[in-house]
Structures are given as C-alpha cells and as structure tokens.
Design a binder for this molecule. Structure first.
Ligand code: ADE
Length: 235
C-alpha cells in the first residue's frame, strides 16, 4: 500500500510516521507513506496556499489550484483507488471502513486546514470524505495519521502476530475481551483461573462471554447490533 498525504504542515507528521508501527511497515516495504507539502504546488509568491472566504465568513480556505496541481501530479505517476479528504463533515470512520480501505493499493489523503478547502476541490478530486469523530481539530493531519495507522496495521505481515488484528475490538462488532499478563496474583488481584487452565476451548468460550458482557455494559449500541446480526428472528 502507498499512501500520499497532502498537507500544508508536513512537519506535523514527521514524528508519527518516523516512530510508529507504520515506520516498521515502511522498513519491511509493506507500506509506504509519502508526505507532500501543499506549498510546493502553489504558483503564488510567499508559498501562499489559502485565501479569505468569498462572502466574508470568518476564516481562511485552502485554494483549489495547489490541490489540483498536487493531485494531478500524483495521478500522472500512478492510478489511485481513493482520494480521501479528512473533514469533520465526512462519514465517520470505523473498523468496517478501515477493513475495506486496507485492500486499496494507492491512496491519497488530503488534509484540510483553517476553515477547510474550496468546495470545488472536493467536487473535482475527492472520492471519499472521512471524519474521525464529532469534534473539530485544527487540521486534518492527526486524522490522516489515525486513518493511515488503522489501515496499515491490517495489512498482513505488519503486526508480528498476524491474528492479533483479527482479535481487535470491533472486528466482529464486539469490544475485545479483558487481557492479563504475569503475575497471576498481584496483591490479591487474581487472573481468572480459566485463563491459566490451558483448556483452549474453555478459554475461547470465556473470552467470547467476556467480550459480550463488556460490550453490553460499555457499548449497548454495538451490543444491540451484534444481537440483531446474529438472531434471524430479530429485525
Ligand atoms: N479535520 C478537522 N476535524 C476533523 C475530524 N473530526 N475528522 C477528520 N478531519 C478533521
């Protein structure tokens, strides 16, 4: 997978992509993340990429031209499966979307800033508009990092134990069960005995029931969905 991220604050992403699991994926040549500075694509002096909004509402807007020039240059090099715009008014990102996007080979992610990007850039170039939640960040960079991480960790070979992504919370619409490590008794707080039994079938059963219980308590919305999905009589 190759992810091209377009931003006017490229330095913001250096630390994340230089240290995370994404770095390991890049070293293993399983994934590649290339960050592009939008200011390299402007024809304006002083590397200007934004301007006041027509109609006078407060805030600066990223101009369509540098976005066009950057995306057009990238598309001349290779085909893209998706051109994603990170925006709080997009579709909320979830594990199902991550699973779907993780099958893509080449992706562009455009980060918004200030009041967003000129609507014409969205209409002309964007295939998917994605939000990471109902709150507003100062820019799309952190959101782009989150989406990149969620996709790249799903690619086989990125995580050391391939099955671990399959047992994540949300993969089967349930939260993940509780996990424990040594010591088995910490100041009287003991690990559930079944997990020490070596009985794989019973352990699996305990994990499923624990996941079900946690989901019911913490995310009744997901629990309801899970029960509906698994009961042919419930509509
Ligand atoms: N940019 C600003 N806020 C955002 C959000 N919640 N999701 C994605 N991109 C954003």
């Amino acid at each position: 997978m190759r992810i091209d991220i377009i931003t006017c604050l490229p330095k913001l992403l250096d630390s994340f992509f230089g240290h995370s699991i994404v770095k390991r994926a890049q070293e293993k040549r399983i994934a590649e993340v290339v960050v592009h500075d939008l200011r390299d694509y402007t024809l304006f002096k002083h590397r200007q990429v934004d301007d006041y909004s027509y109609g006078g509402s407060a805030g600066m807007v990223l101009m369509v031209e540098p976005i066009d020039r950057c995306i057009t240059a990238l598309k001349a090099e290779r085909g893209y499966d998706a051109v994603i715009y990170m925006t709080p008014d997009g579709k909320t990102f979830d594990q199902q979307t991550a699973n779907r996007f993780s099958l893509f080979k080449n992706i562009i992610i455009l980060c918004g800033h200030y009041k967003g990007v000129d609507e014409r850039a969205r209409q002309a170039f964007i295939t998917h508009e994605i939000s990471i939640g109902d709150y507003v960040l100062s820019g799309g960079e952190l959101a782009a990092a989150i989406v990149s991480d969620a996709l790249i960790r799903l690619i086989p070979g990125v995580l050391s134990d391939e099955t671990s992504a399959l047992t994540d919370s949300f993969q089967d619409s349930l939260l993940a069960p509780a996990v424990y490590t040594r010591p088995a008794d910490y100041n009287g707080m003991i690990v559930p005995e079944i997990l020490l039994s070596g009985n794989e079938k019973e352990i699996e059963k305990w994990r499923f029931e624990n996941a079900l219980q946690r989901t019911k308590e913490r995310r009744p919305d997901l629990y309801d969905k899970f029960v509906r999905g698994n009961d042919p009589d419930v509509k």
